[in-house]
Design a protein around this ligand. Structure first.
Ligand code: SF4
Length: 459
């Protein structure tokens, strides 16, 4: 996902003789985790009295939050920096690509400062050096849950930073460091404040959500009079008490993930798992150094579905990993046929600079990887279409996201996350953020169509 924010907050009308507060422009690129970093920086800027400029012209300085995961993302980030320099001239760079300042400065020597991912203090310091904060901070202007770049009815909840794994194709741990879980009461307080602000759906994110609390050694924590442990299950159970949709992203198939599936069956959290399997061949998974690679995935999926028959599973895969043979790719296709996942994303392997797998022998030619990707997606499209068709006729709760460019009302079922999954196209206009039951009337390969025959709010 690439987000160019236009998180415009109208500057407070200037009183006579008072200088207007400095205005910061913000360009946010990359994944949901980077989006949360942007929200944190913006929140602190607003707390210090800065305003956020909706355009380059109105900004005294522009911050570009970059993504550095794939080559294409790096190029997009470098282009965005160039555009900000051309349009505004005063640019500070942060985010994943900021871990390589020499690369940025070689291409864009006019950049004022470069800071790395999650270096909130460093970004703020760099901004202070250019534009000192106004004397009277408008602390009261910032809501308790901070500023959000997502629509009002859903929000990402980042439960940890960094990653303790060392997947051979990935440089995230180099860019963002080792796993650091946020204290459980802090995460739950943020979730509560989001719900109080009207959020109807919380999307739990991190690099590896199921590893939550490992670095804290599952420290005991007290919350609302209850004795808890800082672990994934307790976190999910407490979030499930909030009475809103709770969706789990970036979950790895560790054995303890089995424990959260009953919470889904009980309706406490959404019956949805975003679980990046990446491959199905044991040899490739080992070469990828994937966490929980040895678990018997198909058996686990069957058991999860036995406990929670509605469970929707989203996953991502990489094809064309170095040394991937045609037989190993066929193993992946067989896995998909048997697993019958709901949503699948597929990438071709990219030899990212600094990743261990980039130096492996037997790199797969790009055209072979691309052809495998197309075959995999064709198979999955058929499976997704069949799974969606099975929902036709059902009464389903949906959360309305709002109108599309054609004026149609778009919503999502419990089985679809914003931005990455499918949509439900409604036959009536319903305001964004409404939860209601709809009758599914049709489907295609990606989306559902529904009739608003019962607009009572969903329980
Ligand atoms: S789990 Fe693997 S792919 Fe995901 S961030 Fe960590 S090292 Fe990268």
């Amino acid at each position: 996902m690439s987000v160019r924010t236009s998180a415009a907050l109208a500057p407070k009308a200037a009183r006579p003789r008072r200088r207007r507060p400095p205005a910061i422009g913000f360009v946010s690129l990359g994944c949901a985790k980077a989006l949360v970093d942007s929200e944190r920086i913006l929140t602190r800027l607003r707390a210090e009295g800065y305003t956020i400029a909706p355009s380059y012209e109105g900004a005294d300085l522009v911050v570009v939050n970059t993504c550095g995961f794939l080559l294409s993302a790096r190029e997009e980030s470098l282009e965005a920096i160039g555009e900000a320099l051309a349009e505004n001239g005063k640019v500070i760079v942060t985010g994943c690509l900021g871990a390589e300042p020499e690369r940025i400065l070689a291409e864009h020597p006019r950049v004022l400062a470069v800071t790395g991912p999650q270096q909130y203090d460093a970004v703020l310091e760099a901004i202070h050096a250019q534009l000192p904060p106004p004397h009277a901070p408008f602390l009261e202007l910032v809501p308790a849950h901070g500023l959000k770049l997502t629509p009002r009815h859903y929000a990402y909840l980042k439960i940890s930073e960094g990653c303790r794994n060392r997947c051979s194709f990935c440089i995230i741990p180099k860019l963002r460091g080792d796993l650091v879980s946020r204290p459980l009461p802090e995460v739950l307080a943020e979730a509560e404040s989001l719900v109080e602000a009207g959020v109807k759906e919380i999307l739990v994110i991190s690099q590896d959500s199921s590893a939550y609390g490992l670095d804290l050694r599952y420290a005991p924590a007290r919350w609302r009079g209850r004795e808890l442990e800082s672990r994934f299950l307790d976190l999910c159970r407490e979030l499930g008490r909030l009475g809103v949709w709770v969706r789990l992203h970036y979950v790895y198939p560790y054995p303890h993930v089995d424990q959260v599936v009953p919470l889904m069956a009980e309706g406490k959290i959404l019956p949805y798992l975003d679980i990046p399997f990446q491959h199905a061949s044991p040899r490739i998974l080992k070469a990828m150094r994937r966490p929980a690679a040895a678990e018997r995935t198909l058996e686990r999926i069957r058991e999860w579905r036995r406990i929670c028959p509605e469970l929707a599973i989203r996953s991502t895969f990489i094809v064309g990993f170095p040394g991937e043979s045609e037989a190993e790719f066929a193993e992946l296709l067989t896995f998909l046929e048997e697993a019958r996942l709901d949503r699948v994303g597929c990438f071709t392997f990219e030899p990212v600079e600094g990743a261990a797998a980039s130096a492996l022998p037997d790199q797969v030619p790009e055209e072979v990887a691309e052809e495998r990707r197309a075959r995999l997606m064709a198979l999955q499209e058929k499976i997704s279409a069949e799974r969606l068709a099975a929902k036709v006729g059902r009464l389903e709760p949906v959360l309305v996201d709002g109108p599309d460019e054609e004026g149609r009302t778009l919503a999502r079922t419990r089985f679809d996350a914003p931005e990455v999954d499918g949509r439900v196209i409604l036959d009536a206009t319903v305001p964004p953020g409404t939860l209601l039951d709809v009758r599914i009337t049709g489907s295609d390969a990606h989306d559902l169509f529904a009739s608003v025959e019962d607009d009572r709010p969903s329980p």
